[in-house]
Design a protein around this ligand. Structure first.
Ligand SMILES: Nc1ncnc2c1ncn2[C@@H]1O[C@H](COP(=O)(O)OP(=O)(O)OP(=O)(O)O)[C@@H](O)[C@H]1O
Ligand SMILES: [Mg+2]
Length: 491
C-alpha cells in the first residue's frame, strides 16, 4: 500500500483524467466520488496519501480532512481548490492538510505536491526510527555500559558523553559537549601524548581501525591508576567522522597480575635460596670456629689478631644473611592457633623497644579492643611485625615516632595492623621494588626483611600494602582475614 493514492472528487471527468495520469506516473490509484465513499474505503484500506476536492456535496473536503486526521493523523491530505477558494484552502491548512493545488490542475504542480506528501511520510518514518535508535543508544551508553563513554568528532570535540563519566568529572552534559576531549578529561590544551598518555583517537583517525591504549594517572595518594582506553571509528558516507571512546579502570586487574608475578618470583627464589643456604651454613661455621681458635693462640694486640677479627665479623655477617635466607625460604605451612593479635603486637614492641629507645625513637600503640581472635602462627607473625618495626626504626631520625595499631574492618571481615613511622619515607622510584628479595638501600641490609614479611602475610591469606610520603613517613598495612584460617591452605 506504499504507493497508494485515494482520489476524491465529485466531478467524474476530472477523476477519470487524474486516475489515468497518476496511474501512468506509477501510483496505485483508488477513487471515490464523495466523502462518505472515501471514508468507507479508508476504513478498509491503508492509504498514505489522499487527494480531495474541497467543495463536494454531503461531506465536503474540509470535513473529510478533519475526519481523516482524527482517525489516522499520519495520512497526508492534498486539497484541490477552485478559484476563489483561498479562504477554504487556508482553513484546510489549519487542519493540517499537506498542501493545496488549485484547479485547473497542472500535472507538474500536483506531482510536486504528491512528492512532498510522500517525502513527509518517509521523513516521519526515519524520525521514528531515529527515536527508536536514540532510545537504544541512550540505554546502551548510559545503562548497559559501566565504562566511561564519549563520542568524539575528528576535531577532538565531544559530541556526546555518558552519565557515568559526567558524574566522575562533576559536569553537566551541556558543560562537556562541544568542548575538546583532552580539555575536559585531562585539563590539557592539546591532545594527549607521551608514553603513558597516547591518544587512541589520533591513531584511529589515522588508521581507520579500533585502537587501544593504557593511560597511567596518579591518585591522591600518588598511586598509579591504570585506564584502558579504546577508540572505535565511526563513518558517514565512507569517511571517518569520529570515534566512540570507552575507558575502563583496570588498576585492580594490573595490581592482581603484579601480585601474582611477585608471588611466583618469591616462590622460585625461595626454593633456590633454601638449597644454597643449607650448603653454605656448614663451611661458614668451620671458618668462624677456625678463625676464633687461631685468635685464642695469638697476641690480641698483633696485626694478625685484628685481621682475624675482620674474618670473624664478616663471617658472622654472612651467617646473618644465610639465616635470613632460610627464614625467607621457609616454605612450611604456618602452624596456626587462635591468638589475639594485640598480644603479639605487645610482644613485638617489647622486643624492639630497647633498640628504638637507644635511637631516641618512641614506639606507641593504638590497639582496638574489638579485634577478634585470629588463627595465626605466632612466631611467624611476630617475625613479620618485627621486620616492619625494625625498618621503621632504621628509617626514622632521633626524636621520631613509630605507631603500631590494630583495627577491625567494618563487617568483621578483616583485621588490619599498621606500622607507621615519621621517618624519611620511600621515594616513588623504588616503592614498587621494596618487597623484592635482596632489594635494599641500607649498607648492612640484606633486603630480605620485607620479602619475608610479605611471604608470611600471604601464607595467612592476607595482604600487605605501603603508603609513603618522602620526608614525612611511611605506613605499612597488613590485612588479615577473620575466620578463614582453617580453610586457607595456601603455603
Ligand atoms: N619504614 C620504612 N621507611 C623507609 N624505607 C623503608 C621502610 N621500610 C622499608 N624501607 C625500604 O625498603 C628496603 C627493603 O626493606 P627490607 O626490610 O626488605 O630490607 P632491609 O631493611 O634493607 O634489609 P634487612 O633484610 O636487614 O631487613 C629498605 O632498604 C628501605 O629502603
Ligand atoms: Mg628490613
Amino acid at each position: 500500500m506504499k504507493n497508494t493514492i485515494l482520489l476524491v472528487d465529485d466531478e467524474d471527468d476530472l477523476r477519470e483524467v487524474l486516475d489515468i495520469s497518476l496511474t501512468d506516473t506509477g501510483y496505485d490509484v483508488l477513487t471515490a466520488e464523495n466523502g462518505a465513499q472515501a471514508m468507507s474505503i479508508l476504513k478498509e484500506t491503508d492509504v498514505p496519501v489522499v487527494i480531495t476536492d474541497i467543495k463536494m456535496p454531503g461531506i465536503d473536503g474540509i470535513e473529510l480532512l478533519r475526519k481523516i486526521k482524527n482517525n489516522n493523523p499520519e495520512t497526508e491530505v492534498i486539497m484541490l481548490t477552485g478559484h476563489g477558494d483561498l479562504d477554504l484552502a487556508i482553513k484546510s491548512l489549519k487542519h493540517e492538510a499537506t498542501d493545496f493545488v488549485t484547479k485547473p490542475i497542472n500535472d507538474d504542480v500536483l506531482e510536486l505536491a504528491i512528492q512532498r506528501a510522500f517525502d513527509k511520510i518517509t521523513m516521519r518514518q526515519k524520525l521514528k526510527e531515529y527515536d527508536r535508535n536514540r532510545a537504544m543508544y541512550d540505554l546502551f551508553i548510559n545503562e548497559l555500559l559501566q565504562e566511561d563513554v564519549m563520542i568524539i568528532g575528528s576535531d577532538y570535540r565531544i559530541l556526546d558523553i555518558n552519565e557515568t563519566l559526567l558524574k566522575k568529572l562533576g559536569l553537566q552534559r551541556k558543560e562537556a559537549v562541544g568542548r575538546h576531549c583532552y580539555e575536559v578529561t585531562h585539563r590539557l590544551t592539546r591532545p594527549c601524548s607521551g608514553e603513558d598518555h597516547k591518544c587512541p583517537l589520533e591513531e584511529t583517525l589515522k588508521t581507520l581501525k579500533p585502537t587501544k591504549e593504557t593511560h597511567v594517572h596518579k591518585d591522591k595518594d600518588n598511586k598509579n591508576v591504570y585506564y584502558s582506553i579504546s577508540a572505535y571509528p565511526f563513518f558517514e558516507n565512507g569517511d571517518i567522522i569520529g570515534a566512540i571512546e570507552l575507558a575502563r579502570d583496570i588498576t585492580a586487574d594490573i595490581n592482581t597480575r603484579h601480585a601474582m608475578m611477585q608471588q611466583d618470583k618469591l616462590a622460585s627464589i625461595g626454593r633456590l635460596s633454601a638449597g644454597v643456604a643449607h650448603e653454605i651454613n656448614n663451611p661458614l661455621t668451620t671458618i668462624l670456629t677456625t678463625a676464633m681458635l687461631i685468635q685464642e693462640d695469638i697476641d690480641p694486640k698483633s696485626e694478625m689478631y685484628a685481621e682475624l677479627e675482620t674474618i670473624t665479623n664478616e663471617t658472622l655477617r654472612c651467617r646473618k644473611i644465610v639465616s635470613s635466607l632460610l627464614d625467607f625460604a621457609r616454605q612450611t605451612k604456618p602452624a596456626k592457633k587462635h591468638h589475639n593479635i594485640n598480644d603479639i603486637i605487645d610482644d613485638c614492641i617489647r622486643l624492639t623497644r630497647k633498640q628504638a629507645e637507644f635511637k631516641d625513637i618512641k614506639i606507641q600503640k593504638a590497639l582496638s579492643e574489638k579485634v577478634p581472635e585470629l588463627l595465626l602462627d605466632k612466631e611467624q607473625m611476630q617475625q613479620a611485625l618485627i621486620n616492619l618495626i625494625l625498618n621503621a626504626s632504621d628509617a626514622t631520625e632521633p626524636g621520631g615516632r613509630i605507631e603500631v595499631s590494630s583495627a577491625v574492618f567494618p563487617g568483621n571481615q578483616f583485621v588490619t595492623i599498621t606500622v607507621s613511622d615519621t621517618g624519611k619515607g620511600i621515594a616513588d622510584e623504588i616503592i614498587d621494588k621494596i618487597f623484592e628479595p635482596f632489594f635494599t638501600t641500607r649498607e648492612i641490609g640484606t633486603g630480605l626483611g620485607l620479602a619475608i614479611t610479605h611471604g608470611i602475610v600471604g601464607r595467612h591469606g592476607g595482604d600487605i600494602s605501603v603508603q609513603s610520603r618522602p620526608d614525612y613517613g611511611t605506613t605499612f598495612t597488613i590485612r588479615l582475614p577473620v575466620n578463614r584460617g582453617n580453610q586457607d591452605d595456601r603455603t
